[in-house]
Design a protein around this ligand. Structure first.
Ligand code: IMO
Ligand code: MG
Length: 438
C-alpha cells in the first residue's frame, strides 16, 4: 500500500500544485478530495504555465486523475479546463468524476457574491465561485449531485424545486434578478452530455488501485487554516482540507493512508479576510509579495504576506497527522539580511505555544520571533549540501520547531528546482535524510 495525502499547512497557496505535479511523476493516480474551483494550482511544464482549478495536478504526467465526491463541481469550469488542457496537447482521457460530487449552479455563484456585498465590512473575502452556497445546499440535503445532473428526469425536477426557492431568495432578500429555468436547464444538460463519459464510482476506482499496490496521491486544496472545523472560522472555506477530508471526500478508510505530506511555504500568505499574526502590512510584506508574485492565481487579488509561523504549522501537523514536510519557495526569501520565524505568540502577557481555538484570542496574538541570518541566492543545487549554509540552517530550524523531517525542498517553479530527500511513496513513516544530519 502506497498512499500519500498532501495538505496545505497554512492558508492555501503553499505550492501544493507544483509539489503534486512533481510527485505525480511517480504516482499512478492523483485524487482531488475537497474544494472546487476556488483552488488555483499553478504548474509549470517546460516554458508553459498552467493554472489548474479542478483537474488534479497529476494530469501533466498522464496519470489517472480523480475528482472525488467531496469536491464541488462547476461543470462550466471543468469543460473549460478540459478544452484548455486538450488545446495545449495534454491528454484528458483519464479523468474521472464521482457521481457524488455536488454541482455548483449559477444561483450558488450569484448568492455567494451578493452575500459578500450584503455583509460589507463583515465579508469573508470569498473567491465568489459559489463554493459556500453549494456546500450549504449539500448539508441541507437540497444539493444536486453530478449523477443527478446526468439523469434527464431527476435533474429538471430538482432544478425546478430549487429555482423556486432560490429565485425567491434572490429577489426578496437581495433585490436581485432570478434565473430562467429553461435557460439553466439547456445550459446544464449540454454540460451533462459533455461530461457523462467522465462519471465513475471513484471510491471503487481508488480502493482497487490501492489493493493493486498502485501509488495514490491525494491532492489537498486550500489549507488547514481554511478548514471549516479547524481553521480560523468564519474566515474559512466550506470544506475539509485536512488529511481526514481525504477519507470522506474520496471514500477511502483512514487505515489506507500511509503518509501525510504537509506543504509549508517558507513564509506565510493569506488571501481574503481574517486574522494573520505574522502579517507584514508594510514594505517587507510588499517585498515578499512582489518577489513571490503573490497574487491570486484565479482572482488576481494581492495576497497578504508575512513571516513563517510555526505555531500554525505545528497545529496543522497535529490535525492531519503529518509525517513529512515539503518546504516551498525558499528561493523567494533569498536576498534578505535576516529572516524571521514565529515560534510562539504573546497573548495578554502570557506565552502561547499552541494555536488558540477562540477567534478573538487568535486575532489578539502577537508573534514571538526568532531571527536567523538570511542567504543571498539558493542557486541550482543538486543536493542539500549545495544550499547556502544559512538556508540549510533555516530548514533545520523548521524541522526542530515542527519536530518533523523535511522531505522535499522547492527552490523555484520548475520541476527541476526541487530537492527530494526521501522517497515519500516508500513504506514506513520516518524520512531518513534530515538536513540536520548532513
Ligand atoms: P488553493 O488551493 C487561498 C479562501 C478565500 C477566502 C476563503 C473562503 O489555491 O490553495 P471560498 O471561495 O472558498 O468560500 O472562500 O477561503 N480561499 C483560498 N485562499 N488559496 C486557496 O486555494 C483558496 N480557496 C479559498 O480567499 O478567504
Ligand atoms: Mg491558489
Amino acid at each position: 500500500m502506497s498512499t500519500l495525502v498532501l495538505v496545505g499547512t497554512q492558508w492555501g497557496d503553499e505550492g501544493k500544485g507544483k509539489t503534486t505535479d512533481y510527485l505525480a511523476a511517480r504516482a499512478d493516480m492523483v485524487v482531488r478530495y475537497q474544494g472546487g474551483n476556488n483552488a488555483g494550482h499553478t504548474v509549470v511544464v517546460g516554458d508553459r504555465e498552467f493554472r489548474m482549478r479542478l483537474v488534479p495536478s497529476g494530469v501533466f504526467h498522464g496519470k489517472d486523475c480523480v475528482i472525488g465526491n467531496g469536491v464541488v463541481l462547476d461543470p462550466s469550469v471543468l469543460v473549460q479546463e478540459l478544452d484548455y488542457l486538450a488545446g495545449h496537447g495534454v491528454a484528458v482521457d483519464r479523468i474521472w468524476v464521482s457521481g457524488g460530487a455536488h454541482v455548483i449552479l449559477p444561483y450558488h455563484i450569484r448568492l455567494d457574491q451578493l452575500e459578500e456585498e450584503r455583509r460589507g465590512p463583515y465579508r469573508l473575502g470569498t473567491t465568489g465561485r459559489g463554493i459556500g452556497p453549494a456546500y450549504a445546499d449539500k448539508a441541507a440535503r437540497i444539493g444536486i449531485r453530478f449523477s443527478e445532473l446526468l439523469n434527464p428526469t431527476v435533474f429538471p425536477a430538482k432544478l425546478r424545486i430549487n429555482l423556486e426557492e432560490k429565485n425567491h431568495l434572490l429577489q426578496a432578500v437581495y433585490g436581485a434578478s432570478g434565473f430562467d429555468e429553461q435557460e439553466v436547464l439547456d445550459q446544464y444538460l449540454a454540460y451533462a452530455d459533455r461530461l457523462r463519459p467522465l462519471a465513475a464510482d471513484t471510491s471503487l476506482l481508488i480502493n482497487r488501485a490501492i489493493d493493486r499496490g498502485d501509488k495514490v496521491l491525494f491532492e489537498g486544496a486550500q489549507g488547514t487554516l481554511l478548514d471549516l472545523d479547524h481553521g480560523t472560522y468564519p474566515y474559512v472555506t466550506s470544506s475539509h482540507p485536512v488529511a481526514g477530508g481525504a477519507c470522506i471526500g474520496a471514500g477511502v478508510g483512514p487505515t489506507r493512508i500511509n503518509r501525510v505530506l504537509g506543504v509549508v511555504k517558507a513564509y506565510t500568505s493569506r488571501v481574503g479576510d481574517g486574522p494573520f499574526p505574522t502579517e507584514l502590512p508594510g514594505p517587507e510584506g510588499d517585498w515578499i509579495r512582489e518577489r513571490g508574485q503573490e497574487y491570486g492565481t484565479i482572482t488576481r487579488r494581492p495576497r497578504r504576506c508575512g513571516w513563517l509561523d510555526t505555531v500554525i504549522v505545528r497545529y496543522a501537523a497535529r490535525l492531519s497527522g503529518v509525517t513529512d514536510l515539503a518546504v516551498t519557495r525558499l528561493d523567494i526569501l533569498a536576498g534578505l539580511e535576516r529572516v524571521r520565524i514565529s515560534t510562539a505568540y504573546r497573548l495578554d502577557n502570557s506565552l502561547v505555544t499552541e494555536f488558540p481555538l477562540d477567534g478573538a484570542d487568535f486575532a489578539a496574538c502577537e508573534p514571538v520571533y526568532e531571527d536567523l541570518p538570511g542567504w543571498t541566492a539558493t542557486g541550482e543545487p543538486l543536493g542539500l549540501a549545495d544550499l547556502p549554509a544559512a538556508a540549510r540552517a533555516y530548514l533545520e530550524r523548521v524541522e526542530e520547531l515542527c519536530d518533523l523531517p523535511v522531505a522535499v525542498v522547492s527552490l523555484g517553479r520548475e520541476r527541476g528546482q526541487t530537492l527530494e530527500l526521501c522517497d515519500l511513496f516508500a513504506a514506513g513513516t520516518a524520512c531518513a535524510a534530515k538536513p540536520s544530519r548532513l
